[in-house]
Design a protein around this ligand. Structure first.
Ligand code: ATP
Ligand code: MG
Length: 758
């Protein structure tokens, strides 16, 4: 069968144009991502070496799905393609080349919390007003500077920037940036922006490295190009400078990260950069019904700044877009839950056919509550993830310190946790001594008696412990080392002794993490399985990749930002109210408002068959009930596409049920006093790598699998029961693809797999 048969003529032309610069700017659902996928398969079929292909996606999940699809088309060659987010791909390159720019190859990746903690310390030392110099605003400023490739010196010498900072009464921002950069460097740490910033530095200052990757990546493709920032643009441009085989796809109408420095100019400049550029247009939307596409088009037409394009659907006209009005946010949750239950049972759908999209994370609470009350399984994407939990970060900080003793944030986190009598004053003294002597804090701890007056003996013990961990990680598997560290640091015991519900929960989370590491260290599809590699993987998970378990039958809840590139048969967009969506912050300028409208466009275009939009006329905000007006975006939709459903009654007049009153009272109380309470967060679901291990049957014994046949039923020590789908390769390297009931399909190398035939 012709492997390009699943493409329309324009898509096919874009796929077949493999040489030279190519740009596809097209509407949502028109197959841009599909074109990239097919293009890669096509390149490989045409004989391009898969090692020479680089594909940059917006989330790791998107990369994973793309790789699966390409594997189906071209087989295991797909494994060699460099594919991932900008951050993950360039972190990998930086690990190899770090020494060239003065970093250790085991550099730590600081997450946002680490960055904030560094900044807090700097602001304190400089005795600055933390309202004027709020940590968030300083971090944003530094992030913007890095995304525009400004070094601290360039930042400080730029008269325009200095004038801006003077007028906002924060003349010391440049100095803070400089100190922050020094601190990260001393700690052998890079923050997320550094992964791109330092890549640029590396490629700019080291012609040999630049040359190497320019020749390695002969074919480069970038999805969601509209959301790249200057730093990303520059990397792509540099890498593609030799081959010029660069294909970017995007949609200016879906540019929703300007607040994070994404630059629409990157699309507009493309034609200037590459005069012989080939541009392809895709106009047919294959995702959504005509009504949904028409509504999306009518909304985006209100934006002044846009590249005009014609998008149409040839699918059925479809249902009208339903607008639901509720009298409170809790009522809205209830209506959405009712609608989902109704649709599911009348149309025989699954829970995973539904998504609820919202503007801000806080809105998930009322949705969750209603879903839970109705017993609807759901899953939140983004938000506080497993890896952001305190206990998980504590254990990981021990790992970090073991691999990179310069990591100051990790040191501060665990030097006195569990408690070992090293107080804040001692920690402050360590930092001061480190500064004074040009050492890392860990160097000071190693020779505490020399640098610190009345150093507690436990400092020596701490240093020796970390050194012993270093030995363990060299000699043992990731899992054994992790378990050893969890035990010998005292962390496991500390959590075990806390018998409260939360304590138990934390202990279980650590067990869960250890399970995940165990599974990782037993993976058969990767070669490097050290604890350091595991840590790098989790440091680079983007919000959207975390906690994702796509096989589970659950309703998906996420912010609209996280929903980019995805599609669902039924979509609920909630909270369409002035000051919420569009957000209050966006109402001051046309460009901000237009970005909100693009966000609405993204939300609408996620829906395949049915779209429901809702708003509440009152909502709790910071503990007070405020009344809300419907969003202007609803008015912008042509009424002929709409169906109004205003049947809901205010909660108070529906008071026939005492449950209703009780519910309202309960939620008010919770709204007012305990918004972030643990009781309102769902049970943690973890990624598949963290899936609980299967407990083998009592009589499980790995058997001789040399006679294994397709169709046989098997039990795997950890993956559970399954059925053999295919067998490939020759003895002794036969690979079996097995469908396991609990975890889905897996490919195993038989000689290593612990299987028993049943
Ligand atoms: P977005 O802008 O939201 O990222 P996109 O342009 O990347 O969307 P895709 O996700 O590639 O669009 O495609 C949207 C849907 O349409 C997918 O389910 C895809 O498989 C399907 N599709 C695209 N092109 C075709 C085609 N020629 N034939 C059949 N289905 C198609
Ligand atoms: Mg896409």
């Amino acid at each position: 069968m012709d492997y390009l048969a699943g493409l329309n003529p324009e898509q096919k032309a874009a796929v077949e144009q493999i040489n030279g610069p190519v740009m596809i700017i097209a509407g949502a659902g028109s197959g841009k991502t599909r074109v990239i996928t097919f293009r890669v398969a096509h390149l490989i079929r045409k004989g391009v070496d898969s090692f020479n292909i680089l594909v940059l996606t917006f989330t790791n999940k998107a990369a994973k799905e793309m790789r699966e699809r390409i594997t189906q088309m071209v087989g295991p060659e797909a494994k060699n393609i460099w594919m991932g987010t900008f951050h993950s791909v360039f972190a990998k390159i930086l690990r190899v080349e770090a020494n060239k720019i003065g970093y250790p190859s085991n550099f730590t990746i600081y997450d946002t919390d680490d960055s904030k903690s560094v900044l807090r310390a700097i602001l304190k030392e400089m005795q600055l007003d933390d309202k004027l110099y709020s940590v968030n605003s300083v971090l944003n400023r530094i992030s913007a500077a890095k995304s525009s490739l400004l070094t601290p010196a360039e930042y400080q010498n730029n008269p325009q920037i200095q004038a801006d900072d003077d007028s906002s009464k924060r003349p010391l921002l440049g100095k803070i940036y400089e100190t922050y950069a020094q601190r990260c460097y001393r700690a052998g740490a890079m923050d997320f922006d550094d992964l791109l910033f330092k890549t640029n530095e590396l490629l700019r200052d080291h012609p040999d490295v630049r040359n190497k990757y320019q020749h390695k990546f002969k074919y480069i493709m970038v999805d969601e190009y509209q959301d790249t920032n200057h730093s990303q643009y520059k990397i792509v441009k540099t890498l593609a400078a030799v081959s010029e085989n660069l294909c970017v796809v995007g949609d200016d109408a879906q540019s929703i990260y300007a607040f994070r420095g994404a630059n629409i100019q990157n699309i507009l400049n493309f034609e200037k950069d590459y005069p012989d550029l080939k541009v392809f247009k895709l106009e047919q939307n294959y995702r959504s019904t005509q009504n949904i596409v028409n509504v999306a088009n009518s909304i985006i037409a209100n934006n002044k700044e846009q590249l005009k394009k014609h998008v149409f659907s040839e699918k059925e006209t479809g249902d009208k877009i339903k607008i639901m009005r509720a009298f409170s946010d809790n009522e809205e949750g209830k209506q959405v839950a009712d609608a989902i239950m109704f649709q599911r049972s009348t149309n025989g759908l699954n829970w995973h056919d539904f998504a609820i999209l919202y503007r801000t994370n806080a809105q998930s609470r009322s949705m969750e509550e209603a879903l839970r009350k109705n017993g609807i399984p759901y899953k939140i994407y983004g938000g506080l993830s497993f890896y952001q939990r305190k206990e998980i970060k504590d254990l990981i900080a021990y790992f970090r310190l073991t691999f990179n003793p310069s990591d100051e944030e990790a040191l501060k986190r665990v030097i006195n946790y569990p408690k070992r009598g090293i107080g804040d004053t001692t920690v402050d003294r360590i930092i001061v001594a480190a500064d004074k002597n040009g050492l890392t804090p860990f160097d000071v701890v190693l020779e505490a008696n020399r640098y610190i007056e009345k150093a507690p003996a436990s400092l020596n013990a701490f240093a020796t412990m970390i050194q012993s961990f270093q030995v363990i990680t060299k000699n043992q598997s990731a899992y054994e080392a992790a378990l050893h560290i969890a035990k010998h640091s005292g962390l496991l015991k500390d959590l075990y002794e806390d018998k409260s519900v939360e304590g138990l929960n934390r202990y279980e989370n650590i067990q869960e993490l250890l399970n995940g590491i165990k599974e990782f260290s037993e993976r058969e599809d990767i070669e490097e399985k050290g604890l350091d590699v595991f840590m790098q993987d989790i440091a680079l998970l983007t919000n959207d990749d975390k906690d994702k378990d796509k096989d589970a039958d659950t309703v998906s809840l996420m912010t609209i930002h996280s929903s980019k590139g995805l599609e669902f048969p039924h979509v609920h967009i909630v909270g369409l109210e002035e000051n919420l969506f569009p957000s209050q912050m966006s109402l001051n300028s046309r460009s901000d408002l237009e970005e909100e409208r693009r966000l609405f466009y993204v939300a609408i275009t996620r829906a395949e068959y049915k779209l429901t939009i809702s708003y509440a006329t009152s909502r709790f905000k910071f503990g007070t009930l405020i009344s809300c007006e419907p969003s202007r975006f609803i008015d912008e939709i042509d009424a002929k596409y709409l169906e109004l459903d205003f049947t809901a009654k205010p909660a108070s007049s529906a008071g026939s049920s005492s449950y209703e009153n009780e519910r309202t009272a309960w939620t008010r109380k919770n709204d007012t006093y305990s918004k972030p309470k643990a009781a309102t967060t769902p049970p943690v679901k973890t990624t598949s790598i963290l899936a609980k291990a299967h407990v083998p049957s009592p009589d499980f014994k790995p058997s001789d699998t040399s006679n294994l046949q397709v169709g046989m039923q098997v039990e795997h020590e950890r993956f559970g029961f399954g059925k053999v789908l295919t067998l490939e390769g020759n003895k002794p390297d036969i690979k079996a693809t097995i469908f396991f009931k609990e975890i889905g399909q897996k490919q195993l190398l038989l000689k290593f797999a612990k299987l028993s035939i049943i």
